[in-house]
Design a protein around this ligand. Structure first.
Ligand code: 26Q
Length: 797
């Protein structure tokens, strides 16, 4: 399209006039953004078409990654970088007086996800394309992504997110590829060619319209597709109340549901899931049919992956097509289905396992429900054959039980591969949570430790560190991230370590500047930047962090000779709107921040910053500036974590429990380069099983604990008298199920260790280097290669 700056500039100016209908001198930043976006899309179109053509004609197997969330973030610079035209464009624009950095900020985050699971899907797409693997994403085009968070008086307030307001430049609407998805109605049986057959009558039909986004690989010709479905009224509205039908239909893809494990069964959520599944499977089958291959070859050509149980109806939906449309017998259909679908589990929290009341499910999706019943009948029969008379076992493993459909059980039974997302998580699945299924299907279970794309989370977001790395070990790490390990050769190189130190310092200064501009809070760029960012959940224990901060503040106030090495605690977290307890913790952190930041006596030593509306673009600014990474979940609760990997890759040292991928981080950096504290998963699980933990004893025997807990309810925070009683109750009356008090002392000690190590700047920067060097393993390139080789059996095309 454009091979040099001049060509680019000419094309840009011309396009701007055509698109915006005004001369350059009258144009706005938004005009510039839209123009550039269009040019990029056009720039990739030939590679995009070529990639699709290659897939259409090749014999190679392809994977479809079904996910209810894709948390992409911004795409402008990412796309420029992957295309290898970042410098050309940045320079060209600069000469026109346009600042690329400012254009970047115009773009809204595509926030179509809650957190870890959705961001993992986005990282996987980047790795698939960058490794030239034939992989497509299938998701939902929510009109509003995850809510925008504001703090009012320290309380979280949610506003609808508006990413489409200024127009989406990356997507292409494919009206001609729309498919019809039926809800409600009845199933009628009839005989045809001596075979009992079923048809869906009186259904309410919704049109699913795909919007395709190009997924551009890093410096390759591969451009894969992310297909996002939007719900629209069918063009044949034969309904009584057309306006009502239109409203209800459009509601399906209106909002992303916030991750709310306490919120049971919302019919709209179920409609979203089926919309995604049915539209995706239908479109997959349509393109498979176009190859004119026999249907039993499906598993050799196509792998369908389900990201958690949210798209698990892919199993009965594929069965439905094979039975009702392809007219296969049950066994053959089942054989094809269970050799096509694979499943990733992202949690062991039993309260988070998806269950749907039959009373909601059955009328909405009558044929799907029938098929699940039959899957379950045959599965229970098989269990009976293996363990005759063992009713308990059947009760515990059944897909439908107590008038609920257990989605995880359906996934375990109907897929050929089940993986956890970190070794410890997979072990817990095999040995505990899913042990009964492991006994029946041991061959299905495997581990795929999560990863992150080092291209977004290091190369793009931390340009200074990236250049320094390249100056030391060359550019090989960009394609082969495990080459980062070569950095260990520099651990005694004073010159290099000084530069590494300066990069971190510059990043901290830049971030401090941003915080000042956006919040008016001044932070000391030489203080320790201690970062705790993730969704707010009791098990993630933001509470432990804030209680520790209260404790440090108490020490400063009690003892005028006590000194802290200056520390800035940085939080970022959204709570699900209906998660009452999580919202209390947000209010507590804000209340503590206000108290401490308003006390002139401690300003040089302690600061607390709670970033509003934490999201991908904020994370990208923050991670390069982080010194300490808080990964302090109650052991056994965090399946993997991925923020831990992003922070490590940017040279932050982890303060963490032996949970999720922290365990593997520890193995790779060594115990001397990480701060591990607290109960182990074994110990936690033992307490749950055998009892023996009494939080009240910790309150009575530990003065510093008593002090901070009393402050929650004794009027220490004015104007919020009984605000924090639920927190007090959870810790003392409900026996502290996340072991905050149990781990408190250990956490206090490890933080003393952090301070001691940080004071020795030379030692700290070496530890930081070791973390960066060992982080290559946590690239999603490694993860995706493992999925490709072990689960999907796909090869680069
Ligand atoms: C469920 C029902 C109704 C509405 C929403 C949901 C819902 C939505 C999102 C439930 C869960 C999620 C997201 C879960 C998630 O992000 N899990 C995280 O996945 C990461 C990637 O594997 C892991 O690193 C984290 O440990 C895990 O918590």
């Amino acid at each position: 399209m454009f091979s040099n700056k001049q060509e680019f500039q000419q094309a840009f100016l011309k396009r701007l006039e055509m698109l915006c209908g005004k001369p350059f001198k009258e144009s706005t930043k938004n005009d510039h953004f839209l123009t550039l976006g269009q040019m990029i899309r056009e720039h990739v179109s030939s590679n995009w078409i070529h990639t699709k053509e290659k897939y259409r004609t090749s014999q190679e197997k392809q994977v479809y990654y079904l996910s209810i969330e894709f948390l992409l973030g911004r795409l402008l610079r990412h796309n420029l970088m992957n295309l290898g035209i970042e410098e050309l464009v940045e320079g060209g624009l600069q000469e026109l007086g346009v600042d690329l950095e400012e254009l970047e900020e115009i773009e809204s985050d595509a926030g179509l996800g809650n957190g870890g699971l959705g961001r993992l899907a986005a990282c996987f797409l980047d790795s698939l394309s960058s490794l030239n693997l034939p992989g497509h994403g299938c998701g939902i085009r929510y009109r509003h992504g995850l809510f925008e968070q504001k703090f009012v008086d320290g309380y979280q307030v949610e506003l609808p997110e508006q990413w489409l307001r200024y127009g989406q430049v990356w997507e292409i609407r494919k009206t001609d590829l729309a498919v019809e998805v039926p809800f409600w109605g009845e199933i009628e049986s009839y005989f045809e060619n001596n075979r009992l057959s079923f048809r869906h009558i009186n259904a309410e039909v919704v049109t699913a319209v795909p919007y395709d986004l190009p997924v551009i690989g890093y410096h390759t010709d591969t451009v894969n597709t992310l297909r996002l479905w939007s719900a629209e009224p069918s063009p044949y509205p034969f309904y009584q109340d057309v306006m009502k039908y239109k409203r209800e239909t459009e509601a399906i893809s209106e909002f992303l549901y916030p991750d709310d494990t306490h919120d049971d069964g919302k019919i709209l959520r179920l409609k979203q899931q089926y919309l995604l599944v049915s539209a995706s499977i239908r479109s997959i089958i349509r393109s498979f049919r176009a190859t004119h291959r026999p249907i039993n070859e499906l598993p050799n050509r196509i792998a369908i992956h389900i990201n958690d149980t949210h798209p698990v109806m892919a199993i009965p939906e594929l069965m439905r097509i094979l039975l009702d449309e392809e007219k296969l017998g049950w066994e053959e259909a089942w054989d094809i289905t269970t050799n096509t679908i694979s499943y990733t589990n992202h949690t062991t929290l039993s309260e988070a396992l998806e269950k749907w009341p039959v009373r909601l499910f059955k009328p909405l999706l009558p044929r799907i429900y029938m098929i699940i019943e039959e899957i379950n009948r045959r599965f229970c029969e098989k269990l009976w054959e293996i363990n005759p008379g063992d009713w308990d076992r059947i009760h515990n493993m059944s897909i439908i039980v107590n008038d609920e459909v257990k989605m995880a059980h359906l996934a375990l039974v109907g897929s050929y591969s089940v993986n956890g997302v970190a070794q410890i998580h997979t072990d817990i699945l095999k040995n505990r949570e899913m042990n009964l299924f492991y006994q029946v299907f041991p061959e299905k279970f495997n581990n795929k430790t999560n990863g992150i794309t080092h291209r977004r989370w290091l190369l793009k977001s931390n340009p200074k560190l990236s250049s320094l790395i390249t100056s030391a070990i060359g550019t090989g790490w960009i394609q082969s991230p495990q080459e980062l390990i070569k950095l260990t050769e520099f651990k005694e190189d004073k010159g290099f370590l000084d530069k590494l130190q300066s990069v971190k310092q510059e990043n901290k200064e830049r971030f401090s500047q941003r915080v000042f501009e956006q919040t008016g809070i001044t932070i000391d760029p030489h203080s320790i930047f201690d970062v705790h960012v993730k969704r707010l959940h009791a098990y993630k224990r933001q509470l432990l962090n804030v209680l520790h901060i209260m404790h440090l503040y108490n020490r400063l106030k009690e003892d005028s000779s006590f000194r802290l090495y200056p520390r800035t605690f940085i939080f970022g977290a959204k709570a699900s709107p209906g998660y009452y307890y999580a919202k209390k913790i947000i209010k507590l952190i804000n209340t503590v921040a206000e108290k401490i930041n308003g006390d002139p006596a401690v300003q040089d030593q302690l600061k607390v910053v709670f970033l509003e509306n934490y999201r991908v673009s904020v994370a990208e600014e923050l991670f390069p500036a982080a010194d300490v990474s808080e990964q302090i979940s109650t052991a056994s609760k965090e399946a993997s974590g991925t923020g831990n990997m992003k922070l490590m890759m940017n040279g932050a040292l982890t303060v963490g429990t032996l949970d999720g991928a922290n365990v593997e981080i520890k193995e790779r950096v060594g115990l001397e380069n990480i701060f591990i504290f607290g109960l182990t998963a074994e110990e936690v699980l033992h307490f749950y099983q055998k009892g023996g933990y009494h939080s009240m004893e910790y309150y009575h025997h530990d003065k510093k604990i008593r002090h901070v807990i009393d402050q929650l309810t004794n009027g220490y925070f004015p104007d919020v008298d009984d605000e924090f009683e639920p927190i007090y109750d959870s810790l003392l009356i409900q026996n502290d199920q996340y072991f905050v008090l149990r781990d408190f002392d250990s956490y206090v000690s490890i933080h003393k260790e952090v301070e001691r190590k940080f004071k020795n700047r030379d030692q700290w920067i070496k530890m930081s280097l070791q973390n960066i060097a060992a982080s290559g393993y946590f690239s999603s390139d490694r993860t995706i290669k493992e999925y490709a080789d072990d689960i999907w059996k796909i090869k680069p095309v």
